[in-house]
Design a protein around this ligand. Structure first.
Ligand code: S3P
Length: 448
């Protein structure tokens, strides 16, 4: 799977109306964090609704390698008996993070201020991704990193024996880098400060407070200034993982472009650091009702009723919105292809260093489906062809990227001719029930 195993070709074709309830699995970001924070607490953390995708399973395995006891009790139900802040033991073997940037970057941060050595690797996609963005701030704590050219995996981190706290202004809008620095700061004496100009997903901050850390966030002219007091004793928690808004995006967008559709997607996060796609879709004219707003697992959520929207119009997506929808640009560009006019996505160069170069992967795939696109280093522009107007009829390369695979399978549900992907196996990393959930709504998706 995801570059380690056999490719799984998949195909989708124009489908009748999608109907029913789409219950998407647990949030990937919160799932990783619940395992890692649980491993840093003393005592038993109980998790429900954990995403059992390969990315999160790789984090669970890694936490065991560092000494935590991680046990699956039932579907999505897990316990973690933690070793306490600074209590990680040295792993016996290389830590394989598979396809997951969150796994490797957050765990590098967590071990960087403990006097142990660990070597990390991953699949062909992860081994291409830059780790310098994490190891640069970790070196300020006193950790040392030895990797391949360009700061690539495999990479060995030698944790700092006498860590010093750090004040660090993030050079890129990245929740993974922010979280790595905060996790390293947990085992440094004194106050670690992270400054972010544009707010990124804030799950680490919310959850660290829940686990008993002393963490303050101040809004200043510099941006968000996050101050964490080092060496707390973290208390185990009961974590109810809410559903993943990034996974919900696929059935939501499918319903918007498949004629006659009318579906309900319960419990979609309305967290302002995650809801950029939903704001954008509404601005484009999508028919989405936000029902029954409430709190679940510490996150604001709503149930989304989504109906086919035949006259969505392209917009200029504000670049400052990018961090709150960074994983959703691939599926947005599919919706843009079924809208009228241009959708302009600027300030998106971070997409080039995700599981694949997502600007390139979407541009090539959409072109193969007969859609006109323009791109530069930091921009993707899609020229819409209107409802039902995308020719399709292509086989698209997914580059070991789950979101590229799911985006084009959604595209095929409304295109004139079927759309195939060369490898759907990476979908297992984040949304293992994608195929069955979509078929349950009436989507014609098949293997081979
Ligand atoms: C994540 C942060 C984002 C996102 C990724 C999950 C996280 O990455 O793309 O899927 O859980 O912190 P960046 O920090 O690289 O933007």
């Amino acid at each position: 799977m995801s570059g380690h195993g056999d490719a799984q070709p998949m195909k989708s074709r124009r489908s009748g109306p999608l109907r029913g309830v789409a219950e998407v699995p647990g949030d990937k970001s919160i799932s990783h964090r619940s395992l890692i924070f649980g491993a840093m607490a003393v005592g038993e953390t109980r998790i429900t609704g954990l995403l059992e995708g390969q990315d999160v399973l790789d984090t669970a395995k890694a936490m065991r390698a560092f000494g935590a006891t991680v046990t699956r009790r039932g579907q999505g139900e897990w316990t973690v008996n933690g070793v306490g802040v600074g209590g990680f033991r040295e792993p016996d073997d290389v830590i394989d993070c598979g396809n997951s940037g969150t796994c490797v970057r957050l765990i590098m941060g967590t071990m960087a201020t403990t006097p142990i050595t660990a070597t990390f690797t991953g699949d062909a996609s992860l081994r291409k991704r830059p780790m310098g963005r994490v190891t640069d701030p970790l070196s300020l704590f006193g950790a040392r990193a030895y990797g391949r050219q360009g700061g690539r995996l495999p990479m060995t981190i030698v944790g700092a024996a006498n860590p010093v706290p750090v004040r660090y202004a993030l050079p890129v809008a990245s929740a993974q880098v922010k979280s790595a620095v905060l996790l390293a700061g947990l085992n440094a004496p004194g106050e670690t400060v992270v400054i972010e100009k544009e707010p990124t997903r804030d799950h680490s901050e919310r959850m660290l407070v829940g686990f008993g850390a002393d963490l303050q966030v101040e809004k200043t002219e510099e941006g968000h200034v996050i101050t964490l007091k080092g060496q707390p004793e973290l208390r185990p928690q009961a974590v109810a993982v809410p559903r993943d808004p990034s996974s919900a995006a696929f059935p939501v967008c499918a319903a918007l472009i498949v004629e006659g559709s009318d579906i309900l997607v319960p419990g979609v996060s309305q967290n302002l650091t995650r809801n950029g796609l939903y704001l954008t879709l509404v601005e484009m004219g999508a028919d989405i009702e936000f029902r029954n707003p409430r709190e679940e697992g510490g996150e604001p959520v709503a149930d989304l009723r989504v109906r086919f929207s035949g006259d969505m119009k392209g917009i200029d997506v504000p670049p400052e919105r990018a961090p709150s929808m960074i994983d959703e640009y691939p599926i947005l560009s599919v919706v843009a292809a079924f809208s009228t006019g241009r959708t302009v996505m600027r300030g998106v160069k971070e997409l080039r260093v995700k599981e694949s170069d997502r600007i390139d992967a979407m541009a090539r795939g959409l072109e193969a489906c007969g859609v006109r696109v323009e791109e530069d280093e930091d921009t993707l522009i899609v020229h819409g062809m209107g409802a039902g107007g995308v020719p399709g009829g292509a086989t698209v390369k997914t580059h070991i990227d789950h979101r590229i695979a799911m985006s084009f399978l959604v595209c095929g549900l409304a295109a004139k001719a079927p759309v195939a992907v060369d490898d759907g196996s990476p979908i297992q990393t984040s949304f293992p029930i994608f195929e069955s959930l979509m078929r349950g709504l009436g989507a014609e998706i098949e293997r081979g």
